[in-house]
Design a protein around this ligand. Sequence first.
Ligand SMILES: NC(=O)c1ccc[n+]([C@@H]2O[C@H](COP(=O)([O-])OP(=O)(O)OC[C@H]3O[C@@H](n4cnc5c(N)ncnc54)[C@H](O)[C@@H]3O)[C@@H](O)[C@H]2O)c1
Length: 287
Amino acid sequence: MKAKYDFSKGERGKFYNPKAVFDIPNSERKDVGPKMRLNNKIAIVTGAGRGIGKAVALRFAEEGAKIIVDDVNDTNGTETVAAITNVGGEAMFVNADVSNAADAEGLISEAVDAYGTVDILVNNAICSTADVLNNNWEANLAVALRGTSHCSDTVIPVMQNGGGGSIINIASVNGLIGLQGIHAYSAAKGGVIALTRSMAVAHGKDNIRVNCICPGTIQTEVWEPMLERNPQILDEITPWYPLGRIGQPVDIANAALFLASDEASFATGAVFVIDGGLTAGNHQFPI
Ligand SMILES: NC(=O)c1ccc[n+]([C@@H]2O[C@H](COP(=O)([O-])OP(=O)(O)OC[C@H]3O[C@@H](n4cnc5c(N)ncnc54)[C@H](O)[C@@H]3O)[C@@H](O)[C@H]2O)c1
């Protein structure tokens, strides 16, 4: 059977769309390069007062995005905004508890009032470490899972009006493999993975991409209460990691940057495991 297209002669299949790959929103092509992948994009990051959320906010701002920093901690949220504006970026702080649907709606409204649209949403917020360790089902489900759905459901019509967008959910390796004891957190993160896929299927037609990242252990303040109980905990779990180290917040920020950017224009419903090899398996066969 004769092939429909002769690629050697430069012919393209009907699904080839150069604009999907190269349509960087900068008509004069100024500042476009490795450092401006999110030029003038509007990005909301929940739980961005510290840890991974803060690193994502800073990394996105570095690449030209305008950031709506959400957190329930005013001091930390304001500090993230200052860290961005002090180096010439643009950001604003909104105190919204994502577990509350009205707060989530307020968060998206404030972003739209300020910038007219939202291009990127990163659902990153998580309840306190104490609630995770104590298997507080209500808190884990309310912040990680319902918080993600509240913000996503509210931002979808905004992204539909804007012609598309990228939603990035921060899940966890706990949603993929059993790790001792923290059932409520693990179940919430498994739910985030399922929600990611469900929303990706529903909104591909809107050019809205929905992906999630499953980080392994990342060195953030979230570990402080556990370090108080066992100061060696991070050293003890490092050998689980084939790469021989635990992760840093920027490792996740870089993955989120890829998913937010046009470089990921064919990625949706995907589960990006950024875990130093933890879930690949960590047992050496004794031969
Ligand atoms: N650190 C890790 O080892 C690790 C591993 C896997 C996955 N993750 C995931 O990465 C994300 C960030 O983790 P982290 O270590 O940076 O956590 P973190 O506790 O340092 O940061 C979470 C932030 O969310 C804020 N927050 C809490 N409740 C909120 C609410 N209701 N509404 C809005 N903001 C709220 C907190 O004030 C805090 O600033 C979480 O989703 C977490 O499950 C972290």
